[in-house]
Structures are given as C-alpha cells and as structure tokens.
Design a protein around this ligand. Structure first.
Ligand code: ARG
Length: 404
C-alpha cells in the first residue's frame, strides 16, 4: 500500500487512524474532510491532520451538492427510516465516499479508509459506495481491526505518538452533525428506558423552555422542493439553516428512536433535525392535497422502500435511480404552500393550498352548497360490496360465519 485516503473528522479515532495506518503500512496518508454543514474550522483541521502525520489535507465544501442531490431527493421521496429518522447521517456517507474516490483517483492512491466501527451502518454505507465506484481500491477499516480495546488505550497510543487530542472535555456521546440533522448515540442513551438527558441535545431548546406563543411559518414548494419561506425566496442552504434555527428555538425536531440496524442489532439513538421535521411535515401535507388517492397510497409504499435503501447504503444503485424516476414523476403537481405552526416541540400543518389541489369544497361541504350526489353512493356500495356479498352467501352455506 503506497497511498491511503482517509475520511477524517479530527476526532480521536480518525487522528489515531492516520498514525496507525502510517505505521502499519508505511503508506502516505491523505486526510479528507467534507463540509456538509458541521461547522468545522478548516485551517484548524488541516493543522491537526498534518501534525498527526497526514501528508496532505483536503477540505471540500459539499453543502450545495448534499442538499440538491441527496437531501432534496430524499424529501421528495418522503424518506423517513422506520417512519421517523430523516436519514441525515445515512445521506452524507455516499457523498463523502464519492468525493474520497475522486481524490484517491487524482492522487493515484491505492486504498480508502474510514473510521467506522464494526457494528454500525456507516461502515456498510462507505464500503458499498467505494465498491460501486472504485472496485479496484483496497478498503481499510482500522477501528474494526486494531488492537485497542478501550478509549483509554487509544488515548495512551495518541499520547505516545504525540497526536494532539482534546480529552479535557470528555463527552459521553458520539455525535454526527450535518445540515439535515444531528445523530447522537452512546452514554445514558444506551438504556432504552432512560429519557434522553437534556445535555444530550446539541441544537434544540427544550420544549419546556420554548416560547409560550406559537409561531406560524409558510413554506412554498415547487415540484416537491421548498423554494420560499414566508414568501421570501431563499437559496437552499439558507432555507435549511433558517428552518433549523426557527425549529430549534421552538424545541422542534427531537426524535427519540429505537431502530433496527442493518447489521441486525437494535439501537437507541436520538436525532435533532428541526429543518427536516418541518419540511417533511409540510411536504407530506401538500402531497395529501394534490396526489390522487391510489397514487398517494402507493407512493407511501415506495417511500418506505426508498428510506430502507438509503439506510442500507444502496445509494449508487440502479434501484435508487429507478425509484427516484417514479418519485420525480409524482412530484410534478407538488407545488403550493403549507402553513406550519411551531409550538413547544410541536410542528403541525395548519393550512395548505395549491394551484393543483384536488380538494373541492363543494364536494366536501355539509352545507347547502353541497353538489355531491348522495344517492349515487347506494349503487357504488352495492357494487363495491359485491365480493363480500358473494363470500357471505357461500360461508353461510358452508357453515363458516365471520362474526365468530
Ligand atoms: N443510526 C444512524 C444511522 O445509521 C446514525 C449513526 C450516526 N453515527 C454517530 N456517530 N452518531 O444513520
């Protein structure tokens, strides 16, 4: 192995990885960090990476690409894993992996490395992306292989090799942060019976301390994509950042989740995703207004599958592209505005309108403006119920009755 590109975060694990790889393989190490809105200081990271032993450091601003090519498609597809998790971490992995492959090719590197553990989903996501984009490259997952049995042993190794590590503020949580949300695990959260302690939350205000007056916001969508906030056009990154801020202030976006990991175990994690929760709520509401019933129901089935494939790391697959073509077709009428009320941790749609609305008030009303043909329902029920009439007749003959 001559050159290895490492996914670098600046934390203890990835710092130790640089030294460990260098020692084990005698290779040149290139550290790669993606900016996806986690608020890193690039020059401080570069200094640290180089001081730790990296030959070169790449810092790439991928925020735009993340939102346009990963986050918004997932929003259009209503991708919420197990109905709840907006997939912030899962969506970021293929993007980081793709950019690492590009750097590796440019640098003529022969291996790619990441700092994921052997029992998470992220190792799968990184490696499936590496394998689909650059099957010829070697993959190294040091944390899965190395000899350290505890954080203390890792710190000891770091000290021995003069790796600058910040162990003063030892946080009990493992945190992954980007524009679409924060994933938090470990510490007290590992006990699924324990309510998440307030200090686990990184961004959102406690609903108990949130403003006592609700705030209403209007979100306008064009073909499934949010384009305006309160009537003002905003570039995608600002729109998401602003929604994160507004939602966080109202304690919106906290998700306490017990989830099924791909490798088979169940884990308890929490998420903070104010913008994602607000946008998914608004988008889903608009779809209810404009999608025909059967299409709406079928899209929900597709969304479940879509969220699973993202969670499982199947991003670079024909399967995803095929599902997304279907989803894109469903979004052509998802244009309109949804009014959202934010109040003490709650995020609810309280108004919706669209030029493509299928809602017809004169059909829905119970007043004298009603134009619905009530009498026609008799014939409809007769024919819709025909299979049950036939089945009932037969069962009475054979002695099997449904009410038993
Ligand atoms: N369970 C989530 C997922 O698989 C989040 C993992 C986040 N990683 C972390 N270091 N907190 O997408």
């Amino acid at each position: 192995m001559k050159k290895i590109v490492v996914a670098y975060s600046g934390g203890l694990d990835t710092s130790v990885i640089i030294k460990w790889l260098q020692t084990k393989y005698g290779a040149e190490i290139i550290a790669f960090t993606a900016d996806i809105g986690q608020k890193e200081n690039p020059s401080a990271l570069e200094k640290k990476a180089i001081a730790t032993g990296a030959k070169k450091f790449y810092f790439k601003d991928l925020k735009r690409e993340f939102i346009d090519d990963y986050v918004f498609p997932s929003l259009k597809g209503s991708a919420l894993y197990e109905g709840k998790y907006p997939l912030a971490t899962a969506l970021s992995r293929p993007l980081i992996a793709k950019n690492m492959v590009e750097v590796a090719k440019r640098e003529k590197a022969d291996a790619l490395a990441h700092g994921c553990t052997g029992k998470g989903n992220d190792q799968v996501r990184f490696e499936l992306a590496f394998k689909s984009l650059a099957p010829e490259m070697e993959i190294i997952a040091p944390v899965r292989e190395w000899e350290f049995k505890s954080r203390e042993e890792e710190i000891e190794y770091a000290r021995k090799h003069k790796i600058p590590v910040d162990v003063t503020k030892k946080k009990p949580y493992s945190i992954d942060w980007n524009l679409w949300g924060i994933s938090i695990e470990c510490g007290l959260l590992e006990d699924p019976w324990q309510q998440p302690p307030e200090d686990a939350y990184q961004l959102t205000c406690s609903p108990l301390k949130a403003p006592t007056t609700p705030q209403h916001i209007d979100i306008e969508f064009y073909k499934g994509i949010p384009i305006k906030l309160n009537g003002k056009s905003l570039p995608d990154i600002s729109l998401i950042s602003e929604l994160n801020e507004i939602g966080a202030k109202h304690g919106v976006g906290r998700i306490d989740m017990l989830e099924n990991r791909l490798i088979g175990i169940k884990s308890r994690e929490i998420y903070e995703a104010p913008a994602a929760v607000i946008l998914h709520t608004a988008h889903a509401e608009l779809e209810k207004l404009v999608l025909e019933r059967e299409l709406y129901h079928f899209k929900n089935i597709i969304s479940q599958k879509y969220s699973e494939l993202i969670y499982y790391g199947y991003w670079f697959s024909d399967f995803r592209k095929c599902i997304e073509s279907f989803i894109d077709e469903t979004q052509k009428h998802v244009t309109g505005t949804v009014r959202i009320k934010l109040y003490k941790g709650q995020c609810v749609a309280v108004g919706r309108k669209s030029p493509y609305s299928l809602y017809q008030e004169d059909l829905a009303t119970y007043t004298d403006r009603d134009i619905f043909d009530h009498k026609a329902s008799k014939g409809f029920i007769d024919i819709f119920g025909l299979p049950l009439i036939l089945e009932g007749k037969r069962n009475r003959k054979t002695g099997w009755t449904k009410d038993k």
